[in-house]
Write a protein that binds this ligand. Structure first.
Ligand code: F6R
Ligand code: ZN
Length: 195
């Protein structure tokens, strides 16, 4: 972590930051229970614990005045008909948002609020998506070949709540249907607290 303001570069074609403090790699084994087709999940996992996505973080103190930022790279691929995706999370401090700037690839951001509102927005290079405070978010790569690469920035005190999403996933899924991405209801999902 630097304590003087110095820039870094995001160089095409892969956009890995020219400097970073933390490199996170998430594999199939980190996504237990998240994919709809559990049979496809377990048979893929038996073959190989594939790398699904990576995050390069520029560390800053986790304080309200700070902005945490970095690059996320979701690789192409599917588990059954469901595309590779991030775990997804609410921010622990619910009233914190996040900005994404899409550098490369094609995907969707799947979002929802604790009250059950949902939104799915398409991600393509040059597009900026502001994920509003209170909205959980997951990025999905729907391109058959290319990485989905995004720059993100969010408040230092946001924190990450993965547990809520781990329980039943997001309300909406992005699956391949007839060669195209399609948004579908997640049969495992019900409004938290509903009978
Ligand atoms: C930070 C954020 C992104 C994600 C990244 C990986 O608040 O939303 O940097 O952390 O896209 O996704 P998760 O954290 O859901 O594994
Ligand atoms: Zn976030």
């Amino acid at each position: 972590m630097t304590d003087v303001p110095v820039p870094f570069e995001l160089v095409p074609p892969n956009f890995v930051p020219s400097r970073f403090d933390n490199h996170i790699q998430r594999r199939l084994s980190n996504m237990q229970g998240q994919y709809l087709d559990q049979q496809a999940y377990h048979s893929l996992l038996a073959e190989e614990d594939r790398l699904l996505y990576q995050v390069y973080e520029l560390k800053r103190p986790e304080l309200a005045g700070e902005l945490l930022h970095g690059i996320s790279i979701v690789h192409p691929g599917k588990v059954g008909r469901e595309y590779y995706m991030t775990k997804g999370h609410f921010h622990t401090e619910l009233d914190t948002g996040e900005v994404y700037y899409i550098l490369k690839g094609h995907g969707f951001m799947v979002m929802e609020t604790p009250e059950g509102s949902w939104a799915v927005e398409e991600l393509c290079p040059g597009r900026v998506l502001y994920v509003l405070p209170r909205w959980a978010h997951r990025s999905v790569n729907v391109d058959p070949q290319e990485d989905l690469v995004m720059f993100f920035v969010y408040p230092g005190h946001a924190g990450h709540d993965y547990g809520t999403i781990e329980e039943q996933g997001f309300r909406k899924l992005v699956l391949e249907q007839g060669g195209q991405p399609a948004i579908m209801d997640n049969p495992r999902w019900s409004l938290p607290g509903a009978p």
